[in-house]
Write a protein that binds this ligand. Structure first.
Ligand SMILES: [Zn+2]
Length: 110
C-alpha cells in the first residue's frame, strides 16, 4: 500500500540518530539510498525511527507487529541545516515510496 503526504512529512526533517545500516553495519553517507523503518505503538503519539537500512539490506515488513503501525520509507540520506543555529542533522530526503503495516495486520500467537 502506498500512502503519501503525511508519512513523507513525518520523515522529512526527522533527525536520524543512526547512520549505519542495521543489518550489515555499513556507514551510510549523504546521498546514499536508504530505507528507514519507523514504528508507532498503539496509544502512542510519537513515531520513532529505530532502524535504517542500506538498499541492499532493505526488506519489506515481513513480520508485522500487532498493535503497532509500521512504515518503511525509501529515500536517500541528506544533511539539513538550521540556518539560525548553524547545526546540521542527518535526515531522510527524496522519499519515493512508503510501505505501511497497520496495527491490525500483526500476527497473533495462539
Ligand atoms: Zn546494509
Amino acid at each position: 500500500m502506498l500512502i503519501t503526504a503525511p508519512a513523507a512529512q513525518l520523515f522529512t526533517g526527522y533527525q536520524l540518530r543512526e547512520q549505519r545500516c542495521s543489518y550489515c553495519k555499513t556507514t551510510l553517507g549523504e546521498g546514499d539510498p536508504v530505507c528507514a523503518y519507523a514504528v508507532q505503538y498503539a496509544g502512542d503519539e510519537e513515531w520513532t525511527v529505530p532502524r535504517l537500512y542500506c538498499r541492499d539490506c532493505q526488506s519489506t515488513i515481513t513480520d508485522p507487529t500487532l498493535g503497532a503501525t509500521e512504515l518503511l520509507a525509501e529515500g536517500r540520506l541528506g544533511w539539513m541545516m538550521d540556518g539560525a543555529t548553524q547545526r546540521t542533522s542527518l535526515t531522510l530526503l527524496g522519499i519515493e515510496q512508503i510501505t505501511k503495516s497497520a496495527p491490525e495486520e500483526g500476527h497473533v500467537t495462539l
